[in-house]
Design a protein around this ligand. Structure first.
Ligand SMILES: [Fe+2]
Length: 205
């Protein structure tokens, strides 16, 4: 099958104290699962059952909202989970570190700009670090859109995702999105982001 619901790469409680176990359980087993199930229902008995998400997103303008919202929700959460780890945080090493510094001036400036993009995402959405024409770029999208979709303003290959829907932080942080983002930096999986970056460059993204 082309589309399968993935396992969470770590236990629900393993990102504590930064992201609590209940949030992770509800977020993965209810929210993410619902996006997947609704996406599968929306593409049932169509050729999209065997079409990659990349291809679906590249032609998103031709598909109905149920596919945009739920296909986005399905993909976006996979990247979000994979960009976190219990032993995360700190700063990256290697090429991505060098390129973050040459693009943004310093790692701290990058963090600040990414944090601002996430805080300023109006309503529900995601903040992203993407590769566009070989360059690193920060962007954000609304609802369950993502930079792979032909319907968004800034397109590119996502290598880091931050979910800023209230369902991602409300239990621990209520309306305090900036506190959630500050905590989230402690669980960022830079090894995974670095791998995503190398792959994106290898594919000439
Ligand atoms: Fe979410």
């Amino acid at each position: 099958m082309t589309h399968t619901f993935p396992h969470l790469p770590y236990p629900y409680d393993s990102l504590e104290p930064y992201i609590d176990a209940k949030t992770m359980e509800v977020h993965y087993s209810k929210h993410h699962r619902a996006y997947f199930d609704k996406f599968m229902a929306a593409i049932q008995s169509t050729k999209l059952e065997s079409t990659s998400l990349y291809e679906i997103f590249a032609n998103m303008s031709q598909h109905p909202p149920a596919i945009r919202n739920n296909g986005g929700g399905f993909y976006n959460h996979i990247l979000y989970w994979n960009c976190m780890t219990p032993n995360g945080g700190g700063a990256p090493t290697g090429k991505i570190n060098d390129d973050i510094i040459s693009t943004f001036g310093s790692f701290e400036t990058f963090q600040q700009q990414f944090t601002e993009a996430a805080i300023n995402t109006f309503g529900s959405g995601f903040a992203w670090l993407i590769v566009k024409d070989g360059q690193l770029k920060i962007t954000s999208t609304s609802n369950q859109d993502n930079p792979l979709m032909d319907v968004v303003t800034v397109q590119g290959e996502p290598i880091l995702a931050l979910d800023v829907w209230e369902h991602a932080y409300y239990i621990s942080y209520q309306n305090r999105r900036p506190e959630y983002i500050e905590a989230w930096w402690n669980v960022v999986n830079w090894d995974a982001v670095s791998e995503n970056y190398i792959q994106a460059l290898a594919q000439n993204k």
